[in-house]
Ligand binder design. Sequence first.
Ligand code: 0O2
Length: 231
Amino acid sequence: MGEVCYTENISGQGGIGLNRSRPAARFEIEEFEKLKDSLVIYRCALKIIETKLTNLNDYYAAFYEGNPIEHFAYRIKSPESIADKLRAKNLPITAEAAVANLNDIAGARVICSYAKNIREIADIIRAQHDLTIVSEKDYVSAPKVSGYRSYHLVAEVKPGILFDGQTCPVEIQIRTSAMDFWASLEHKVRYKYGGQVPDHLSRELQLCAEKINELDDRMYLIQELVELVNE
Ligand code: 0O2
């Protein structure tokens, strides 16, 4: 199992450059310094989630015949991306607004083999006594109009005594390899067009999302058939 950082530096991935229709949103220097301090707790919270997911993987690897986890990825949202998201939500570009309004500053991604694994993994995360799940979005059963499929949980984590009992949200996205492949291409396309994806590409991406969903189902069927033969 590999572990990667899911980066937001899209321009380095696959050669798709950005076509911004307006200047990038930015933090003023003073706010940027405040943001840097605010990000410490997110890094600590993310490490706790990282340990929990690594333990889950070790457990599956030891006691399950087929480990459903393909790999994990983690990232702290970049200041540029935080500023962009605040602007998109018509919020002030301040550290305080980021902390108060964004739940995905710290993010973990679990990539699994089959769609049925998504629910299993979500159930295990939900059952952790020291995590409080504050929000869940099921874009697998109800995909976004774009075609995006993934299961999102936001877990409140307590990074410990140094932070005075404060909690911190970490967004965990769970999806199959096929869904991840689609999301990463769609993200690049959206970034390239500054969010305004031309209709013909949107339609093509929606079509690909449907095909990928069908592929996920068919691959799962093959796996089930093989398991029946093994019994
Ligand atoms: P990045 O660069 O991945 O961080 P909310 O305030 O919760 O209603 P939010 O946070 O936009 O609004 O929630 P949502 O819609 O659940 O999306 C959170 C994240 O899911 C996004 O973060 C993406 O990572 C992913 N996502 C959601 N919709 C799409 C989509 O249509 N395509 C792709 N590729 N990813 C999607 P960011 O900050 O947009 O991006």
